[in-house]
Design a protein around this ligand. Sequence first.
Ligand code: FAD
Ligand code: FES
Length: 244
Amino acid sequence: MKFHTVEVEGVEALGRYVLLRYPWSGAIEPGQFTMARAAGYPTTFDPFLARPFSFYDHDGETASLLFEVRGRGTQLLAGAKETIEVSRPLGKGFRVGEENGRSLLLGGGVGVAPFKFLSRRLDELGVEHDVVLGFVDEGVAGVAEDFPRAKVATMDGSLGVRGTVLDAVGDLSEYSAIYACGPNAMLAAVKKAANGIELCQLSVEERMGCGNGSCNGCVVPTKARGLVRSCIEGPVFDAEVLAW
Ligand SMILES: Cc1cc2nc3c(=O)[nH]c(=O)nc-3n(C[C@H](O)[C@H](O)[C@H](O)COP(=O)(O)OP(=O)(O)OC[C@H]3O[C@@H](n4cnc5c(N)ncnc54)[C@H](O)[C@@H]3O)c2cc1C
Ligand code: FES
């Protein structure tokens, strides 16, 4: 995997998440991801592997990532001051332009990340849509302020609707397309609830070692083809393809 050293244009807190911006003028599709690390070999082996992150936004010149600090990789990225290393945009993003009516974007936890960019793309295409973001509690939901028209759900009811993103949505049947990103349990529930809706695309967040198809660490079960690598064939899949 080729890494590009890019300048850090800014790192700021967005609620309890971190927003990191860097220059990137190449094309990026909503739902694609990058493998990123604060620094790599030969400067350091700490950590050895870069980490996958969805693109939060891209205006043609600047790309941004939104992440939660979980362990060593995100801790170092959050503290990056001058440069970081990123791969080119990877994977298959959301297919847009096939909607046949109103669309619904459902993000859970850090799975809200791809929806800033996707929502802007749908606006550009004139596709009417609603955004619903789900969080554990109000503390992590601070990022929702960056999505002015989003409806919010929290599991403990401390902000917005109590419960999951699905509890915050009225009638799913009014939508022609659903886009969702979050933990597998959430995606499986969305898939079940979306049964019968024309277009349902799910972005999975499997652990990734390499991001380029060489380690088989990111496989997901599919109905027709067994296990497939989500870094190459995803991370966005049509819901009916997945075997869960
Ligand atoms: C395609 C894709 C897109 C992603 N986009 C984002 C994003 O936009 N923002 C964001 O914050 N995170 C995103 N993630 C998850 C992110 O990659 C991990 O949080 C990150 O790798 C953690 O690295 P770390 O070194 O800080 O933590 P580690 O030290 O590697 O792990 C710390 C803890 O986090 C858990 N963890 C690590 N990776 C994952 C994962 N993929 N799913 C669930 N738990 C995990 C570990 O089990 C451990 O408990 C994405 C993952 C994928 C596969
Ligand atoms: S992350 Fe290595 S094969 Fe997908």
